[in-house]
Write a protein that binds this ligand. Structure first.
Ligand SMILES: NC(=O)c1ccc[n+]([C@@H]2O[C@H](COP(=O)([O-])OP(=O)(O)OC[C@H]3O[C@@H](n4cnc5c(N)ncnc54)[C@H](OP(=O)(O)O)[C@@H]3O)[C@@H](O)[C@H]2O)c1
Length: 282
């Protein structure tokens, strides 16, 4: 199959591109800026095109695409409309040009739109892409070499003391990036439609996840429980001042949005034996 992947330079997009290419698929990469000469993606992408979400650019080769995966997401504050309009524009172009299948990388957060601005946009994107019959996948926090999980891990490697939001009591649905990629490939082959919640059945607390990372990284990091509002305040101030940090208020709100997990996971529909979260943490 030929996949076009937006956000192909990101954590999930680049992994998916490598994973699907490794399984014999052809990948057309879509990003927002020119790909440096030494970027490793060059060796696996058939072509790469710059189509920022805010642009009016068009893909040259829709005719060869079997499945468009929407992975691009602009996390800057104030980019909500760009995420919505830019993703919808590409989705409609793909549909008009005969692309049979589209997959939206949404988030588990979309099930609780009130929890954060990010969750609200993801829920709105799901709604908007219904008009092109896109399949929605809602991963939990993705375990791999990047994303919010990767940043949490790098904080533990770097700092001796870290705040523990809400005492780490909230539940964090997790999915391994390889299992997620297998599920996406399965969905694309089957042209499965609908919305799929992709996370492991065993949903640990934030404290359990951080403690496991600390143990695997052989660190002594001290976790200091803090109320969520106390942790949010300085980050919200920085965002208002236009300062970019590696953790956003949306990230924090996402981590403390689940007291319990009220929906069923669909992961085992696609992956008979999903990896256990403790085995994925490295
Ligand atoms: N990571 C997770 O745990 C997780 C969990 C659930 C859902 N998701 C969803 O999965 C998708 C990928 O997440 P990720 O962790 O891979 O994020 P990421 O590493 O930040 O990647 C985002 C991608 O979007 C691109 N992008 C940003 N702004 C853009 C714009 N204005 N126009 C076009 N492209 C733009 C980025 O390009 P640059 O490389 O140039 O910045 C990058 O390629 C997102 O939709 C995210 O919401 C992620």
């Amino acid at each position: 199959m030929t996949f076009a992947i937006t956000g192909v330079t990101g954590f999930v997009g680049s992994f998916l591109a490598r994973f699907l290419a490794g399984r014999g698929h052809t990948i057309v990469g879509i990003g927002r800026r020119a790909l440096p000469e030494d970027n490793l993606l060059r060796s696996i992408l058939e072509t790469y095109q710059c189509i920022p979400l805010e642009s009016s650019a068009d893909l040259h080769s829709w005719w060869k695409i079997d499945c468009l995966i929407h992975g691009a997401y602009d996390t800057h504050p104030g980019r909500e409309e760009i995420n919505l309009q830019g993703t919808a524009r590409l989705a409609h172009l793909a549909r008009e040009n005969g692309v049979k299948q589209q997959i939206l990388l949404s988030s588990y957060a979309a099930l609780r739109p009130a929890s954060s601005g990010y969750a609200q946009i993801k829920a709105a994107l799901e709604q908007s892409l219904r008009s092109v019959a896109a399949t929605v996948v809602r991963p939990g926090l993705i375990i791999g070499e990047g994303g919010l999980y990767g940043r949490m891990r790098s904080f533990i490697l770097k700092y001796p003391i870290l705040p523990l939001l809400n005492g780490g009591a909230n539940r964090v649905p997790l999915v391994d990036i390889t299992d997620l990629s297998l599920a996406v490939e399965y969905i694309s082959k089957d042209i499965a439609t609908g919305a799929f919640n992709l996370f492991m059945e065993d949903v640990p607390t934030l404290r359990e996840v951080l403690t496991e990372i600390r143990s695997k990284c052989r660190r002594q990091t001290l976790f200091v429980p803090v109320p969520t509002l106390v942790a949010l305040a300085p980050i919200a101030l920085a965002e208002r001042a236009g300062i970019r940090l590696s953790i956003t208020t949306n990230n924090l709100r996402g981590l403390v949005s689940n007291d319990q997990v009220a929906v069923r996971s669909d992961l085992s529909t696609f992956i008979p034996n999903p990896r256990a979260w403790r085995d994925c943490i490295h």
